[in-house]
Design a binder for this molecule. Structure first.
Ligand code: SF4
Ligand code: MG
Length: 320
C-alpha cells in the first residue's frame, strides 16, 4: 500500500505525550537576561525528556526573585515564606513520595533566614532536587548584602562595600551530616546546567545544586567577567560525575579529574578555590546515605481498617 507496511500501523503511541508547553506556566517576569530563565528552561526540558506527568511534579520555593519559579511551571507548586522552601518540600515528600520535587531557593532565602532548614533538610536527605540560585545579592528587595555577597562589593546596605567574608554554599553543605549530593553549575552554559540538574534529578536523596546565577540588574560585573573568561572555570570530570560533553570540554579547557565519592577531596576543591579557579561539576555523591522519606513512607498505603487494626494491636500491648 504505497510503501506503508502493516508494521507502521502497530507503532506504539503513548497514551499521553508531554511537550515543553505542558510544563510552561506562562511568561516569566524576571528581568531580561536574568539567569533564572535558563534554569527554568532546563527544568522544563528535563521534565519533558523524562516524560514526567505534570500532575506528578511539584515546584516549591521560599521568597526572592528565583522563588517565583513555581508560578512559571504548569505543575503543582507552593510559593512559600522566607527561607521556608525546604520544610514545605519535606512535608510534600513525606506525604506524597510519588511526586517529583524541585526546590527553588536563593542565596538570601537558603543561606540566611532559611539556614536552619538547610542544615536539617540535607541531613534528612529526602528525595528532591534543591537548586540554589546564587546571584550574590538580595535581588527582589533591590540590592542588599546577602550571605554570599563578595567582600567589598557595594550594596544598598553596605555602600562602602560588604564587610564580612561570604559563605561558600558548596563547602558549607559538604560539612552537613548525611550530605548525599553536591554539585555546582553556571546558568550561562545550557548543556552543563541541563546535565548537572538531570544528574541531580536522578539521584535518590537530596541533591543540592549550587547555580552561579547572573543578575544583570544588580551584580552584572560579578558574572560578566566570569562568563567572558572561561579559563576561570575548572571542569570536574569523572565517569560517575556530570556526563562529559565535547562542547562543554572545548569551552572550559581547565579540566580536573575528581572522584565524587571522596568527600575530603570534594572539600579540598573549594577550600583551595579562588576567583581565578571556580570548579563546576559533581563534587560529592553518596547514594547509600539514609533517606528520611523512606521512613515517612511507612504505612502510607494502608487502608483505614489496617490502620485501626495496627493501633489496636499497639494498644493491646498495654492491656492488663
Ligand atoms: Fe533576575 Fe536580578 Fe532581575 Fe532578580 S533583580 S529578576 S535576580 S536580574
Ligand atoms: Mg539572591
Amino acid at each position: 500500500m504505497f510503501g506503508v507496511s502493516s508494521d507502521d500501523w502497530s507503532l506504539e503511541v503513548p497514551d499521553r505525550y508531554f511537550s515543553l508547553e505542558d510544563y510552561d506556566g506562562g511568561v516569566a517576569r524576571w528581568c531580561p537576561s536574568c539567569g533564572d530563565h535558563a534554569v527554568l528552561s532546563a527544568v522544563q526540558r528535563i521534565c519533558r525528556d523524562e516524560q514526567l506527568p505534570p500532575e506528578k511534579v511539584v515546584a516549591v520555593s521560599g521568597i526572592g526573585c528565583s522563588s517565583r519559579f513555581p508560578h512559571y511551571m504548569h505543575t503543582y507548586g507552593f510559593h512559600g515564606l522566607h527561607g521556608r522552601a525546604l520544610p514545605v518540600a519535606a512535608g510534600v515528600k513525606a506525604r506524597r513520595p510519588d511526586l517529583h520535587v524541585w526546590v527553588a531557593t536563593g542565596d538570601g532565602d537558603c543561606c540566611s533566614i532559611g539556614a536552619g532548614h538547610w542544615v536539617h533538610a540535607v541531613r534528612y536527605n529526602m528525595d528532591m532536587t534543591v537548586m540554589l540560585f546564587d546571584n550574590n545579592i538580595y535581588g527582589l528587595t533591590k540590592m542588599q548584602t546577602s550571605p554570599t555577597t563578595p567582600l567589598h562589593f557595594h550594596t544598598k546596605t553596605h555602600p562602602g562595600g560588604a564587610v564580612l567574608p561570604p559563605i561558600n554554599p558548596v563547602l558549607t553543605t559538604l560539612g552537613f551530616t548525611n550530605v548525599s549530593f553536591v554539585a555546582r553549575t553556571v546558568d550561562w552554559n545550557p548543556l552543563h546546567l541541563y546535565q548537572t540538574l538531570k544528574l541531580a534529578y536522578e539521584h535518590k536523596g537530596l541533591s543540592f545544586v549550587h547555580i552561579l546565577q547572573r543578575c544583570p540588574t544588580y551584580t552584572a560585573e560579578l558574572f560578566r567577567d566570569l562568563q567572558n573568561d572561561p579559563d576561570r572555570i575548572e571542569l570536574l570530570q569523572h565517569p560517575d560525575g556530570v556526563p562529559a560533553d565535547p562542547a562543554v570540554e572545548r569551552m572550559y579547557k581547565n579540566h580536573k579529574v575528581h572522584d565524587p565519592s571522596d568527600i575530603a577531596a570534594a572539600r579540598a576543591l573549594d577550600e583551595a578555590r579562588s576567583d581565578d579557579r571556580i570548579p563546576i561539576g559533581l563534587f560529592y555523591r553518596n547514594p547509600a546515605a539514609p533517606r528520611y522519606d523512606e521512613w515517612t513512607a511507612t504505612g502510607l498505603g494502608m487502608t483505614a481498617e489496617e490502620k485501626l487494626a495496627g493501633v489496636n494491636q499497639a494498644l493491646d500491648r498495654f492491656a492488663v
